[in-house]
Design a protein. Structure first.
Length: 393
């Protein structure tokens, strides 16, 4: 009886112990299934990323076109102001000539009236035939000559002013024609701009729609994998009777020390490149990726002017993946400032800029969901904290 009980106990023990490897095997099978699904999904995501690169290329061309059109509109606006200034000057000159002509006409009428009132008394032949002393004859002939010369001079001046008036009117008409053409070009350019903006919105919508569902599925599968991995680790710990520790993650690296240069005197005195609200600060982690910011993201309305923080030379002005329409200024002494996510770049490589000069317009290029300026300050190619250099930062 005792022997039978012992045998039964051993059988029960073996039966109970058999559940651990079965559970372990089931968990491993489930994990393998999840990983296979993740592998399949990863292929789909990789394929979507290829499409995404194509969409980003379309986005690049769209945003470059918007920048080019806005640059043209910027130039046309400046040209329109010049034309209006020229028109005002022409109109002022025309009014001055009209005033002079009115005075000259009045003077001519007075001379003609004077000659008419005296009738033929100042006719040269009659003066010579009159029985007067030579001195009187000479005086009357001189008066007649002066009167005739004054009339001739007035008529000549009137003719010259009339020709000037005609020239000014032709110039004014030419300027008005230029202005009309200018406005027509602006209308066409704005139409093209709106078309490009609609295209860009459609491209962004396609980009978001393609990867959103797959990314959500990938996130869910990763959570499942983590749960299963933790379960397998617990089973392994129980089997081996030891605990594994997870290494700690490192912190954010410190910013480099500054070197002496002429740019150092601007520390804490630079003006902000754009008016807006700082929503991303240097060193803080991004909400979407957890990667620390290497500069500032200043939320601002689309089209707001972006200004250079200090004088320097433009060394980069083009579209760059992740930064949209990007402009970089070299200030010398190893210092550079970066302005990203712009809708329009007004400057080109090689242009010299002054502190406070408008260099770009705020946008949300590079696939950014909201309009604003991404600003970095770098020393020897390494990012430094820009808030320590900006006044009131």
């Amino acid at each position: 009886m005792t022997q039978r009980r012992k045998r039964l106990a051993w059988l029960i023990l073996l039966w109970v112990c058999s559940f651990a490897p079965l559970a372990h095997a089931a968990s491993k099978a489930e994990l393998a299934d999840v990983r296979q699904r993740m592998k399949t999904l990863q292929k789909a995501i990789d394929s979507a990323k290829v499409s995404r690169r194509q969409v980003l290329d379309s986005l690049k061309h769209s945003e470059q076109a918007i920048s080019d059109i806005n640059r043209t509109l910027y130039g046309l606006s400046h040209q329109q102001r010049q034309i209006n200034t020229t028109l005002r000057k022409l109109q002022s000159h025309t009014r001055e000539i009209e005033k002079n002509m009115a005075g000259q006409q009045k003077r001519l009428v007075q001379l003609l009236d004077q000659m008419y009132l005296h009738g033929g008394r100042h006719d040269p032949l009659r003066i010579l035939l009159d029985r007067e002393d030579p001195e009187t004859i000479t005086r009357r002939l001189r008066y007649y000559r002066d009167l005739s010369q004054a009339r001739t001079d007035l008529i000549d001046r009137l003719r010259r002013n009339l020709r000037k008036m005609q020239t000014l009117q032709q110039q004014a008409q030419g300027q008005k024609t230029r202005l009309t053409n200018n406005l027509q070009v602006q209308k066409q350019q704005r139409h093209a701009l709106n078309h490009n903006k609609r295209t860009r919105k459609r491209v962004l919508a396609q980009l978001s729609k393609k990867i959103e569902s797959q990314q959500e599925e990938m996130t869910r599968l990763r959570r499942d994998e983590k749960r299963l991995t933790r379960l397998l680790k617990r089973l392994a710990r129980r089997a081996r009777h030891r605990i594994q520790r997870v290494p700690r993650r490192g912190g954010i690296p410190r910013e480099p020390d500054y070197s002496a240069s002429t740019f150092q005197r601007f520390k804490g005195k630079l003006k902000f490149p754009v008016r807006g609200k700082i929503v991303g600060r240097y060193g803080a982690r991004r909400k979407d990726t957890g990667v620390p910011w290497k500069g500032l993201f200043i939320k601002a309305p689309e089209g707001a002017p972006v200004k250079a923080v200090a004088r320097g030379r433009v060394v980069f002005a083009n579209w760059l993946r992740g930064f949209g329409n990007l402009l970089i200024i070299n200030h010398g002494g190893g210092f550079m400032s970066l302005y990203g996510d712009n809708e329009t770049l007004y400057k080109r490589v090689g242009d010299k800029v002054r502190a406070g000069e408008t260099i770009a317009a705020v946008g949300n290029t590079g696939g950014n969901p909201e309009s604003g300026l991404y600003f970095e300050l770098r020393y020897l190619s390494k990012p430094v904290n820009p808030t320590r250099w900006l006044k009131g930062g």
